[in-house]
Design a protein around this ligand. Structure first.
Ligand SMILES: Nc1ncnc2c1ncn2[C@@H]1O[C@H](COP(=O)(O)OP(=O)(O)OP(=O)(O)O)[C@@H](O)[C@H]1O
Length: 299
């Protein structure tokens, strides 16, 4: 569906994308992750033909990016692109007109999109009277109004409360069920973990790692991550090293990677004589992989 091959772009002398390649299959939800400034928005702008790459190629549905491919792509930008004093219906109608839908197509699509994002009952409400979660869903509806094959969602749940986030996640899954391909950028790793079939980790304009969560897990030689709280961290770290448990910090958490499965009592026995206030075992999560991959480049 989307093929990006060796895309490069610089602003002045500063390279922002460097030989970026990624491929997204039809109907897939692909998560593009990366620290601030990694190049996600720049990639999206090039995809939407709003900015030009210096070199490389993008094909959407087997066509090179051009004015014509704009119709294949719908974008819900980070900042909602909505007219606050207009109603939901009027907003959708406005954008449908820009995409050249005739009045019958507009009538059908505005209705279908409002239903798809669960806002049919608020069709006549001005945007400024909607909650933040509803506005975000309407922002996604705008991206859908011209029936694109690829939808780009740039941080679709940033700033939303938990309930609204769940609603947006349900909406994103429903896009996949309709066969729409989704490119999602997010800083919320649990969001990517729950929604995406494949994930690409971008840093300094290149993809450092890519794959399904289970493929990405292979990058870390651990079967589990053990987080401990102790007043004697230095001793705990030294003991972990004796047993060849790689030591990591996730924020304030002190953690060890378990290279092979161990019973809890065996783990505790390894730290015999060291006071442990708490010990928790976690599956290897995207957070652990992300920290590893994005820090590796700095090494
Ligand atoms: N028009 C521009 N002129 C110069 N530099 C730019 C321009 N647009 C972006 N940049 C720089 O390019 C780099 C990549 O920016 P980009 O917005 O693509 O990153 P991002 O991954 O989307 O970040 P975020 O997660 O913060 O949204 C940044 O260092 C940014 O400052």
């Amino acid at each position: 569906m989307l093929h990006i091959n060796k895309l490069s772009k610089s602003y002045g002398k500063r390279p922002v994308l460097q030989d970026l390649s990624l491929h997204i299959s039809p109907g897939e939800i692909y998560g593009l992750l990366g620290p601030n400034g990694a190049g996600k928005t720049t990639t999206i702008n090039i995809l939407c033909n709003l900015s030009k790459a210096d070199s490389g190629e993008i094909r959407i549905n087997n066509q090179a990016v051009s004015e014509a491919t704009k119709k294949l792509v719908g974008v819900a930008p980070q900042e909602n692109l909505l007219y606050k004093t207009l109603s939901c219906e009027e907003n959708l109608n406005f954008f449908a007109r820009i995409y050249g839908l005739n009045s019958e197509q507009r009538r059908q699509q505005v209705k279908a999109c409002l239903e798809a994002v669960n806002l049919a009952s608020r069709a006549k409400s001005p945007v400024e009277t909607l909650s933040g979660g509803m506005q975000r869903r309407l922002n996604i509806a705008v991206a859908l109004v011209h029936q694109p094959k690829l939808v780009i969602l740039d941080e679709p749940t940033t700033g939303l409360d938990v309930e609204s986030r769940y609603e947006v996640w349900e909406l994103i899954r429903s896009l996949k069920d309709k066969g729409i391909t989704v490119l999602l950028t997010t800083h919320l790793l649990d969001e990517a973990e729950r929604l995406c079939q494949r994930i690409g980790i971008l840093k300094n304009g290149s993809i450092l790692a890519e794959g399904s969560l289970s493929q990405l897990r292979q990058l870390i030689p651990a079967v589990e991550v053990v987080v401990v709280q102790t007043s004697e961290e230095e001793r705990a770290i030294a003991r972990a090293k004796e047993y060849n448990f790689p030591v990591r910090r996730y924020g304030n958490d002190l953690a060890f990677w378990l290279p092979e499965p161990l019973e809890l009592k065996e783990i505790i026995a390894r730290f015999d004589g060291i006071p442990l206030d708490s010990i928790s075992r976690q599956a290897v999560r995207l957070e652990h992989i992300y920290v590893e991959v994005t820090n590796r480049l700095d090494a």
